[in-house]
Ligand binder design. Structure first.
Ligand code: PLP
Length: 332
């Protein structure tokens, strides 16, 4: 691909396995450690932003505008990477109440890097694309040149980041890093805006990483994501016509939990158990729900590639949810 792309991620991210994790999930689970794509900006969004911010640069944008939940990992990664490129960032974040103080987790990191945070109610957020265009128009009137990135970085361009990630996994398979060159039974990951699923489905097929992809919904439902991902796949193939048919995609929505960003007690307990038995840290918004979902699916696939998409700052903003598992410190 000759398309402009910046290099932010430290690659290849490791493939990691732990016997206790296999036992907890009930399958042989190879974790693609995309939670370690970088430092504080790490996670799956970096791979998409390598394309988006390259395009923003080509267009000589000085301001990047994007959106997400108040604890958006994507908005945080955008803010940090934009700051490094000398660009300003404006983040439209869904929030109720609108004046959240003190800012924690992702929002804190974004604010540290100088992002301008503008909050909007869930009702207002439904019009996020129009809102971002309106912000861009008003900044452009003041002479700024803006580049707008959709929610989650999920469009055809962003999806290419996960086509590349699957090529990286193919190389790791060929190098014998997952026990042999044969493909996995399935690629599994958390699904929030669909870009990872679209790229993984295209890339898993192109690079013979697996015949199918399971996207574990963390909100909305399967029908919603099937439509979103199909349209992202069309957009990505329009950009890169040599991409073939995607792998078979299944969206599971049975284990999305009570709401976006809210995990139930079994999901939280699973995150705690994984941390205690393996030292692997999952988050309650995405990766924890998705790996818990895999532990519940029947019948189980045999050999799985699970993409750990990151989300640590979101976990740190939810200490309260884990209260019952966190004993108070005792004086020495
Ligand atoms: C955004 C995100 C996802 C979901 O990826 P999409 O491409 O938006 O579906 C999963 N995990 C984490 C930690 C994320 O930040």
């Amino acid at each position: 691909m000759s398309r402009a792309k910046l290099s932010f991620a430290h690659l290849p991210t490791p493939l990691w396995r732990h016997d206790a994790l296999d036992a907890l999930v009930g399958a042989q689970v190879w974790i693609k450690r995309d939670d370690t794509t970088s430092g504080p900006e790490a996670g799956n969004k970096i791979r998409k932003l390598e394309y988006h911010l390259a395009a923003a640069r080509q267009q000589e944008a000085d301001t990047v505008i994007t959106c997400g939940g108040f604890q958006s990992n994507h908005a945080r990664a955008t803010a940090l990477l934009a700051a490094g490129l000398g660009m300003r960032s404006v983040l439209l974040l869904r929030s109720q109440p609108l004046d959240v103080r003190p800012v924690q987790g992702n929002a804190m990191l974004a604010a540290l890097a100088g992002a301008e945070i503008r909050t909007v109610t869930p009702e207002g957020y439904a019009q996020r694309d129009a809102r971002m265009q309106a912000i861009a128009a008003s900044l452009q009137e003041r002479g700024e040149s803006c580049y707008v990135i959709p929610e989650g970085g999920s469009d055809g361009l962003g999806a290419l980041g996960y086509v590349d990630a699957m090529a990286e996994v193919r190389q790791q398979l060929d190098d014998g890093q997952a026990g042999g060159p044969g493909p996995f039974d399935v690629v599994v990951h958390a699904c929030g805006s669909g870009g990872t699923a679209a790229g993984a489905a295209l890339g898993a097929a192109q690079s013979h990483v697996a015949p199918r992809v399971w996207a574990m919904a963390v909100c909305d439902d399967a029908a919603h994501f099937e439509g979103v991902v199909a349209s992202l796949i069309r957009d990505a193939r329009a950009l890169e016509p040599e991409l073939g048919e995607p792998a078979e995609l299944k969206v599971w929505d049975e284990w999305k939990g009570p709401a976006y960003g809210v995990a139930d007690r079994r999901q939280l307990a699973f995150i705690v158990e994984v941390a205690r038995q393996t030292g692997l840290i999952l988050d309650p918004v995405y990766s924890g729900k998705a790996l818990y979902a895999l532990s519940q699916v029947e019948p189980k696939p045999h050999r799985v590639l699970f993409i750990h998409t990151g989300g640590l700052p979101g976990l740190l903003a939810q200490a309260d949810a884990f209260d019952r598992w966190l004993p108070p410190a005792t004086p020495a």
